[in-house]
Design a protein around this ligand. Structure first.
Ligand code: GLN
Length: 475
């Protein structure tokens, strides 16, 4: 069993093609692995024992885990909220539909912070997922379940969603690759809306190749999502040959004190990796960067307050008994939503209210444009920007939950690329003294996913982090 669960998509497909194993057997092995490991890690809200797959697909029976804010036909989709605890959608998200057509089997739905609001999965209404490297620590969030499932060899690949860092941050905490593509690269149809101008489906895997396979399947225009892009989908797995002496990397300047000691030391080593490989490196300053966090919490909360208005106890989900309509709304929403979700709705409603709209929301929108412009300007002279993914390593469960502001700071490095809509990836780097991994981020220009994944592949060929994951979690 230890052999199969550590295989990548290419190897798993070959096993099926050569008929060394039937899709049923292969799927069952992964299901048993989840049964065996997940009572400790808690990656999954829903596990699906019965295999189903499209016979015509190339990836028959290969399991994939889906974050539980992505709609799956006939499979409970809860958003880790009491509101949607029993919601069974009648249709598939476009990304899910495309994965199924390629043969993939949905093996389960993974845990998250309620409606993807958070950085630790502690805001899940059901339970907290554990970091597989250290069960006392958080896996990151909001896509913590998907990141933990991939790290602990429960599944080879998983989908998450990233609004301000929710794929890259848990990928860093769990030591896996996590890609947030360009805004519009993957259809958002069936991704439950948090902040529509920022939300993007992202991909977790233990190597860049597996990410590139999934991206190719799910990327591309979708008539059901007007913000999906018609830019041509590439053969992302047909990597470019990276020539370091012709590749220019900008190193983002930021205040020294924003990194914890362990992350700072590792980051210096990470930069040296590129220097030693003869990449052309130069420091750049993006002065608007530091406003990203503030702008994000105004814009994301404003959009959330509008998007979450649909959960009223009438049309969807939980309905509390009441004598009149006003009480019904009030009781349903106050019972159905958790603390963090309510906090965002209040903040967003305030920012959008008349009298404050210009002062907060409109100003935030202007600063957002400035941040996007400033990042874009860097790409006139550089191929990539490198920077940390998170200011610190995975923190202890409970450590930050009473201090939302400190939790928000986890997103300092991931938010600006989201505000600008740029593609960005977490590269796992090393396991630090505390016993958990640290990862760093690379950003590329719009729709440069192929270039970004090619660089990630160059990196993985040298760093071989996947071997570390396999050695650690094989048994
Ligand atoms: N941690 C950020 C937040 O709570 C980002 C969440 C996300 O990307 N979904 O808003």
């Amino acid at each position: 069993m230890s052999e199969l669960i550590s295989k990548n998509l290419k190897e798993l497909t070959e096993i099926i093609e050569r008929r060394e194993m039937s899709p049923d057997e292969l799927y069952l092995r992964f299901y048993e692995r989840i049964e065996d490991k997940d009572n400790k890690i808690n990656s999954f809200i829903t596990k699906i024992e019965n295999l189903s797959f499209d016979e015509k697909g190339k990836f028959k029976g290969i399991p994939i885990a889906i974050k539980d804010n992505i709609i799956t036909k006939g499979i409970k989709t809860t958003c880790a909220s009491k509101f949607l605890e029993n919601f069974i959608p009648p249709y598939d998200a476009t990304a899910v539909e495309r994965l199924k057509a390629a043969g993939f089997s949905i093996i389960g739905k993974t845990n998250l912070d309620e409606f993807a609001m958070g950085s630790s999965t502690e805001n899940s209404a059901f339970f907290t997922t554990k970091n597989p490297w250290d069960l006392e620590r958080v896996p990151g969030g909001s896509s913590g379940g998907s990141a933990a499932a991939v790290a602990s060899l429960e599944v080879p690949v998983a989908l998450g969603s990233d609004t301000g860092g929710s794929v890259r941050q848990p990928a860093a905490f769990c030591g896996v690759y996590g890609l947030k593509p360009t805004y519009g690269r993957i259809s958002r149809y069936g991704l439950v809306a948090f902040a529509s101008s920022l939300d993007q489906i992202g991909i977790f895997a233990r190597n860049p190749y597996d990410i590139s396979i999934i991206l190719k399947i799910i990327a591309g225009e979708d008539k059901k999502d007007a913000t999906s892009s018609d830019v041509e989908v590439e053969d992302y797995n047909n990597f470019y040959n990276i020539s370091p002496s012709e590749t220019k990397i900008a190193i983002l300047k930021f205040p020294e004190e924003s990194l914890s000691k362990e992350v700072k030391e590792a980051y210096n080593e990470f930069i040296r990796f590129f220097e030693n490989n003869d990449f052309i490196m130069e420091e750049v300053e993006i002065s608007s960067w530091e406003y990203g966090l503030y702008v994000y919490y105004i814009i994301a909360s404003s959009e959330a307050s509008a998007n979450l208005a649909r959960y009223d106890g009438i049309r969807y989900g939980k309905r509390e008994e009441a004598d009149n309509i006003k009480d019904l709304y009030f009781k349903s929403r106050s019972e159905g939503f958790g603390k963090e979700v309510k906090r965002r709705i209040l903040l967003g409603t305030f920012s959008l209210s008349s009298g404050f709209y210009d002062e907060y929301y409109m100003k935030a929108v202007k600063v957002r444009n400035k941040i996007a412009f400033d990042i874009k300007t860097v790409f006139e002279n550089f191929d990539f920007i490198i920077l940390p993914t998170t200011p610190h390593i995975a923190f202890k469960i409970g450590e930050k939950i009473e201090d939302p502001i400190s939790m928000y700071y986890s997103d300092y490095f991931t938010i600006p690329p989201s505000l600008g809509g740029f593609p960005a990836i977490n590269l796992p780097f090393k396991v630090v003294e505390s016993g958990v991994p640290v990862g760093f981020q690379v950003i590329a220009n719009y729709f440069q996913e192929k270039k970004l994944l090619s660089l990630a592949n160059f990196y993985e060929n040298e760093i071989k982090f996947e071997n570390k994951i396999i050695r650690r979690f094989r048994v």
